[in-house]
Design a binder for this molecule. Structure first.
Ligand code: CTP
Ligand code: MN
Ligand code: MN
Ligand code: MN
Length: 373
């Protein structure tokens, strides 16, 4: 009998916040291809097509087995003509020629390379590409290129930052930041968020939420924390954004907008000996150093905004996008990292825990481990 006849029929929601998505991806062959398509459209500023491929990838990540044919056992939402065509190619030939063409494309390769530098976004990458730059060295040596301090740090630590951060490294940094925070205030609260809170084994950075029950002291706490890291000699770079939070501003409707809380984008120095179980360096990376640079993000909301910020920074990005879209389209509510606004009642809905926010939205609570959309 065909495998599909043994599988239960699942009807997946078109909202990631109504799907369970663990870290286990059974459809990587499709989602990796979709990610290339999405990135390529992002480089061309085709936001609609980019989002279509990201949504389709997110749906496939929530299917708990490898999809072997289109339509059969699983009714998949968010798959359009183009995404289906790419899937069909992969199902029939084991690979997508459209994706392979993109991977060979000069412009794609260069934009991918340039945007791999911390501080270089698609716009700068596009400018460098149009200016005829081909390699990272070209960008460093071209007299016409003026690097800002973030990009300079990005180039200086490019090798380290391009290498994935392991869970052991994330936990080691958590310990260092926790000690530093407690050294400033006994009431300090520091929690791991982002991909590692969702149970991922590797990440591109480590994300933390820092707060304190002492009202209005969270921003000073963050500044003191960064200062403490500097004095310990482990602060390699800091881009600090002061708080512009004002409760009288309604939650923003657009997802991409950053929140208004104080936050710092850091590069920290992590010693090998501080990592539990030691550090495995990939072949050829034994350069005599006993430390690596790691990207770390810290956001510092006031305690009464804690649940909203934790939910927002835990991600995934696609999960957050769909939570907001669900709130807006299905509930007439506006959700962002600051709060939840009910347009019908014309009031902010309070939340102490993430569970409260799911409940306000009429959603079943999903553990962080199931938000890997
Ligand atoms: N985020 C945010 N505002 C920012 C930066 C990040 O709200 N200024 C949120 C993102 O929406 C995301 C979460 O923080 O949901 C984590 O972002 P990021 O570190 O980019 O992604 P991860 O899911 O942690 O994945 P990775 O392992 O690649 O770091
Ligand atoms: Mn993957
Ligand atoms: Mn992260
Ligand atoms: Mn981050």
């Amino acid at each position: 009998p065909e495998a599909s006849t043994h599988l239960p029929v699942v009807v997946l929601s078109r909202y990631a916040c109504q799907r369970r998505t663990s870290t286990e991806n059974h459809n990587e062959i499709f989602t990796d291809a979709f990610e290339v398509m999405a990135e390529s459209y992002e480089f061309s500023q085709c936001d609609g097509q980019c989002l279509a491929f990201r949504r389709a990838a997110s749906v496939l990540k929530s299917v708990p087995w490898p999809v072997e044919r289109l339509g059969a056992a699983t009714r998949l939402p968010c798959l359009g003509e183009h995404t289906r065509a790419v899937m069909e190619e992969i199902l029939q030939c084991g690979r997508s020629f459209e994706v392979e063409k993109i991977l060979c494309n000069d412009r794609y390769q260069r934009l991918k390379l340039f945007t791999s530098v911390f501080g270089v976004g698609p716009k700068t990458a596009e400018k460098w590409h149009r200016g005829g730059l081909r390699t990272l060295n070209d960008a460093l040596e071209d007299p016409g290129v003026e690097l800002n301090s973030m990009q300079k740090a990005g180039f200086r630590h490019h090798g380290d930052i391009s290498r994935a951060v392991s869970r052991a490294e994330a936990l080691a940094l958590g310990e260092i930041l926790h000690q530093a925070a407690l050294g400033i205030s006994a009431h300090a609260v520091l929690v791991l968020t982002g991909g590692f809170r969702r149970g991922k084994e590797f990440g591109h950075d480590v994300d933390f939420l820092l707060s304190t029950p002492e009202q209005g002291k969270e921003e000073t706490l963050l500044l003191s924390l960064v200062d403490s890291l500097r004095r310990q000699g482990i602060l390699l770079y800091c881009d600090h954004h002061p708080s512009t939070f004002d409760i009288n501003n309604l939650p923003g409707v657009s997802f991409e907008a950053m929140d208004h809380f104080a936050k710092s984008f850091l590069i920290l120095r992590l010693e090998d000996r501080q990592v539990e179980g030691g550090v495995q360096r990939p072949e050829g990376q034994h350069d005599g150093r006993s430390w690596r640079a790691v990207r770390v993000d810290v956001v510092a909301p006031p305690m009464e905004r804690y649940a909203f910020t934790l939910l927002g920074w835990t991600g995934s990005r696609q999960f957050e996008r769909d939570l907001r879209r669900f709130a807006r389209k299905e509930k007439r509510m506006l959700l962002d990292n600051h709060g939840l606004w009910d347009k019908t009642k014309k009031e902010f809905l309070p939340a102490e825990r993430e569970e409260d926010i799911f409940a306000h939205l009429g959603l079943e609570y999903l553990e962080p481990q199931l938000r890997n959309a």
